[in-house]
Ligand binder design. Structure first.
Ligand code: CTP
Length: 417
């Protein structure tokens, strides 16, 4: 498998489905997200969207016939197959999927699919009954067994008038599958549990105490773990505008610190018994409220001119509870975050202290003014064996890559020792 960090070279294969018109948007989306795109389309696809449209969008010639491809002496469809880091077929019609599964090579798109060594991602779009037909199901299963990645279509009203599964998946979902197909699968088969976002502690039915956490760091970590092959569960507090969360990530929405404690410890701690239910990695990025109103009012508190005091009681520490339960066992690999407002030295001291106080394997430190509400962050990663590393300011997606790299090194080491 070829892995290209800078620009992923995508061959976009378009087949004859009404959703072919969406492939122009998809090509643009891929280009704006750092891909180089070359298009190969079937004759029937060209009835729905013109090759010229795709040529203008990609800035590259579109391949739709075998018969004008040898200008430079190269065999066009083989050159395309070798050029690709990934072949993405979107939309894939029932007919194309059937032909793919039998290895037909009657069109340049099928020939590229047969000749390429790159991963293949297929996003079907068709009538719901065609999609649910046993013949299509068999063809998809056969291709999946050969390692082809499928992006399940969305449900909803279809162009043919039926209602059901068959709409081309959201372009963000397709893109995530594509990125997963080209990523190292170093978390393949691992189960990852992540907490993220703020919590809200009710004062009365209309007021609460909360904090400025956006949940973005945890979401980026969830996406990165998913991209690298993990099965991810994300327990999150109330979120505002956040990055797209892939459908395959299990989301558990909670509101208060008590609810987050239940949701996290139930999954992390109950799994200590049964191996199959165990999480391999637990990451707590959530900014959990440390205090909650001792006696929240069931009715809206009315105003008065008198000063008021609010009695608070401490909440339970989720990370520490999981750390205590974990004891000296290697699983789950426990990752905490520490957010501070002091200088770098104070931050590092707190990170080292929290690492041992909460029995974590890895602690990530960040400064509140650089982390909260930002798309970027700067972090310090400190591991139990004393290794300390600073990751300079970068987008949270990039930061999460470095954090997952450290986690992978940590679990590999733990497995070896
Ligand atoms: N954490 C948790 N449950 C809590 C409080 C914190 O799981 N009730 C976790 C956070 O998700 C984070 C780590 O503990 O991974 C450190 O959180 P932080 O707010 O930096 O520190 P606290 O332990 O709350 O201590 P302090 O606020 O005094 O710095």
């Amino acid at each position: 498998m070829k892995l290209v960090r800078k620009k992923t070279k995508v061959v976009l294969g378009i087949s004859g489905s009404i959703a072919a018109y969406k492939s122009a948007e998809l090509a643009r989306y891929l280009i704006t997200h750092g891909c180089e795109v070359r298009v190969v389309m079937t004759d029937s696809a060209a009835k729905f969207v013109t090759p010229f449209t795709l040529e203008v969008i990609t800035g590259k010639p579109v391949t739709n016939t075998f018969w004008n491809e040898t200008e430079s002496g190269a065999i066009g469809h083989i050159e395309l197959a070798d050029w690709a880091d990934v072949l993405l077929i979107a939309p894939a019609s029932a007919d194309l999927i059937a032909k793919l599964s039998y290895g037909f090579a009657e069109s340049p798109l099928l020939a590229v699919a047969l000749a390429t060594k790159a991963p293949v991602v297929v996003a079907p779009a068709m009538n719901v009954n065609m999609y649910d037909h046993p013949a299509t199901i068999d063809n998809i299963m056969r291709l999946q067994q050969r390692g082809v990645h499928f992006v399940e279509p969305d449900s909803g009203p279809l162009a043919c008038g039926w209602l059901g599964r068959g709409r081309l998946a959201d372009q963000r979902e397709i893109f995530l599958h594509l990125r997963r197909a080209v990523a190292p699968q170093d978390l393949d088969g691992k189960r990852v549990l992540i907490s993220t976002g703020p919590t809200r502690e009710a004062i009365d039915p209309v007021r609460y105490i909360s904090n400025r956490s956006s949940g973005k760091m945890g979401i980026q970590l969830a996406k990165e773990a998913y991209r690298r092959g993990a099965e991810v569960t994300l327990v999150h507090g109330p979120l505002g505008r956040t990055p797209y969360i892939p459908r395959d990530i299990t989301c558990v929405a909670v509101t208060s610190a008590a609810e987050m404690y239940e949701a996290m410890t139930q999954r992390a701690i109950s799994g200590f018994g049964a191996a199959a239910e165990q999480f391999d990695i637990v990451i707590t990025t959530a900014a959990v409220a440390d205090y909650t109103p001792a006696d929240p009012s069931s009715k809206k508190i009315k105003k008065s001119n008198e000063p008021r005091a609010l009695e608070l009681k401490a909440t339970l520490d989720i990370l520490k509870s999981i750390g205590i339960q974990k004891g000296k066992t290697a699983r789950p690999f426990l990752v905490g975050f520490a957010v501070e407002t002091g200088d770098e030295e104070e931050l590092l001291n707190e990170v080292r202290h929290k690492l041992s106080a909460k029995n974590a394997d890895l602690m990530v430190g960040n400064l509140a003014h650089e982390a909260f509400d930002h798309d970027t962050n700067r972090v310090w990663i400190v591991s139990k064996d004393g290794k300390e590393e600073q990751i300079g300011t970068a987008h949270k997606a990039q930061i999460s890559r470095s954090i997952v790299d450290s986690i992978v090194r940590g679990i590999t080491k733990d497995t070896l020792t």
